[in-house]
Ligand binder design. Sequence first.
Ligand SMILES: Nc1nc2c(ncn2[C@@H]2O[C@H](COP(=O)(O)OP(=O)(O)OP(=O)(O)O)[C@@H](O)[C@H]2O)c(=O)[nH]1
Ligand SMILES: [Mg+2]
Length: 475
Amino acid sequence: MLKINLSDTIAAISTPLGESGIGIVRLSGKEALSIADKIFVSKNGRRPSEFKSYTLHYGWIVDRRMSKDEDASTQTSKYREIIDEVLLSVMRAPYSYTKEDIVEINCHGGIVALRKVLDLVLENGARLAEPGEFTQRAFLNGRIDLAQAEAVLDIIRAKTDSALKIAIEQLKGTFSQQIKRFRKTILDILTVLEANIDFPDEEIGRVDLERIRERLVKMNQELKNIIDHSRYARILREGIQVVICGKPNVGKSSLLNALLKTERSIVTPVAGTTRDTIEEVIDIKGIAVKIVDTAGIIEPRDLVQRKAIQRAKKQIDRADLIILVFDGTRRLSPQDRMLMARLKKRQTLAVINKIDCKQKIDKTEIIKEFKNIIEISAKKLKNITLLEETIANLIFAGKVVSPEPFMVANLRHIQAIKETQKFIEEALDSLDNRLSIEFIAQGLKDALGLLDGILGRRFTEDLLDKVFSEFCIGK
Ligand SMILES: Nc1nc2c(ncn2[C@@H]2O[C@H](COP(=O)(O)OP(=O)(O)OP(=O)(O)O)[C@@H](O)[C@H]2O)c(=O)[nH]1
Ligand SMILES: [Mg+2]
């Protein structure tokens, strides 16, 4: 549980744990420099508290503490122990990530050395940071708003270029600026309305009302646009799941391998080769597509097959798009027909495989059931690019979707924008139906509250906890 606490100095290992070129222990807070003074020895004898901001210094992390039976007179060296050779950087408040004094210790990236440096920092007065607490401080200290803080997480998690672009725009504040413009519009309108509530005798002018109406109509449309695009924004951010299914031996695993361009899944002429679902993520036109290869759907002959088929069915239920594979060299079987019946109501792409061999399949029956059909050879890599393009087109319903500055992919934001839009639409209705000014004003105030929530101008500890607990420690 993340408590709002800005008074102490926090520390964490900010790089992944494991062997690496470097590893960073980061400190933020009032004591960051004085703690560094206690554990860092620079080559020229100067102390971190004397360092200028944005400078980097070579030296050693040392443990100066003495065990009980040691005392200064018996010590042979100046320090009890040298822990690591490091580069230490200083970023002073308020021009740092958190707006507090920050010290970053670049260690050799070994787990033991990093842990020891962290322990030393903690023993000298820092507290271990909670997940996301550095970014939380950046927010609480007013360097970024909540939407921008959330963008940091999206940047870390971005799986594709598009997802990264959306997140960067959000961190830059493009989205926040838009929200602030909406806020300003509402505040302007509220000023006019409230003057009217306070001085009811001076009847609100027709001009004012018409102007308010225009501004609300415009805002309503802008909010709607954001909501319309959010589905695509989410796809760009989260990716989609595509499940390859079909009866045994039609070439499902071969197709997965063709899309991945590696021999990921085992391919054999024996029906029932794939015994479990296999998942891999590929990038199709900037969309992270998780491709799932499944066991061929048949009457199971043993327990493993039964479980594999149960899993395959689960994956099919969850899929955003299903690729139903047919073997072009064979006539349709009852198993094919069973799958066709089961999937015709879903977003399905029918793929006729093995076009490099003599074809026996009756395509007309498939055409009747599915709008989207494509013929390929997974083995000879024919029409694989066309297949990828078709997948992308289906996902975006034929639209060319590229990341735009105002795209909103975060569910919390989308929810708040949807509710805001409802309030604005209601305010418009109330205006048209000449309801009381107080009533309209109340709806606008509710909308304002929602926009404030997006930016984090109003928040609860629970909300912060929810947002920042998703982060890793050290960010
Ligand atoms: N000629 C030809 N053979 C193919 C093609 N694609 C796959 N095969 C062959 O079909 C057989 C089955 O391929 P798999 O990819 O293992 O089929 P699967 O659908 O995953 O089979 P299960 O996992 O058993 O359900 C193998 O012998 C492949 O070499 C193709 O495009 N052309
Ligand atoms: Mg297979």
